[in-house]
Design a binder for this molecule. Sequence first.
Ligand code: GLA
Length: 387
Amino acid sequence: MPTPVTRLSSVRLASSLFESSFSSRPAVAASAPGRVNLIGEHTDYNGGPVLPVAVERRTAVAAGLEDGWFFVSALDGTVRGVEIERPLKGDWTDYLVGVVRELRAVKAAPAGARVAVATTLPIGAGLSSSAALNVSAAKALSLLAGRRLSPSQLVDLAYRAEHDQVGVRCGRMDQTIAAHGAAGSALLYETGSGAIQRVPFAGRLWVVETGVSHKLTGGELNQRRQECEQALEACRALWPGLAHLADLSTDDLPTVTARLAPDLAARTRHVVTETRRARVAADALARGDLGQVGWLLVEGHESLRTDYRSTVPEADAIVELAMEHGALGARLTGAGWGGSVVVLVADERSARVMAEVVKGFREQFCREPAVWSTRAASGVRRETVRA
Ligand code: GLA
């Protein structure tokens, strides 16, 4: 399978975009990865565990000092002058504006800047392009202001930019993996306690893009989060003092099913079973038992399809095709309602299995899905700007 775009350097793209747009060299640059979440979906805003992997595709931000704010993205090459305190515009610049506002709040923003952004991540493919942008922008702009923020500070800042400023009611998984990702490891992040643990994973993951673009600002994620809050309220009437939905055990599920409205019971069932699956999968991954990890991915997908109702027919078809042709496991990854499927497959079978997935998808949907592979990559980093 060809994977040429992952070999491009987002930093080189951002630096040359900066030079051609602003006729000068950037003073600083930083990059951060996208992610696939192996398992633990919609658990991060319910106090449960997630198991993401940083991918080799990254977003880079190159920046230089300026009076005022000027943003350009490789996606359209148009330089935009931006007022940080004006209302948000509903486009990609909102994320950068959110980051600048949050940097100002901690006195880590430059007075103004020229900023160029480039990415090798597909946008709207459920691979966390927005967190990669926010984390890399927070890193580059704080460096430009002469501040060195820790990975945890970058997570907080990028999260507030997306959640509080842009208004996406996301959890903290995406920013956490973009900042703390490590080559050769998945990250077990227990969102209830904040504990982060690396789980060695030297293997390769395959990503199949459904081509159905999800837009989190479109509202489904916000709606699910609201349902989870309602479910938590209802559960607190039964179990006073319950901190998070993920703190329920599978033994509590018959009571949940009997007492909550059917939709809320289904969302709770997903969160509780997914919490168990993610912890078992992290153990299995640490033992190198990819067969068990694979089955947990398939169970997780089924739970997203029937209980969380966040899958789309294209994703269901990719999972079925991958399993039918010999993958170890496959699952919709990220928020859902489109996006991408992650496939775990033994190396010696991968070419054949992925070719069958592409063939079957083409037959059903009359178009070609984008397919590529990645190993676990590193998190945010400062990049050298070439002289
Ligand atoms: C989006 C959010 C994450 C997480 C996932 C679902 O990617 O940004 O915080 O909630 O959806 O697991």
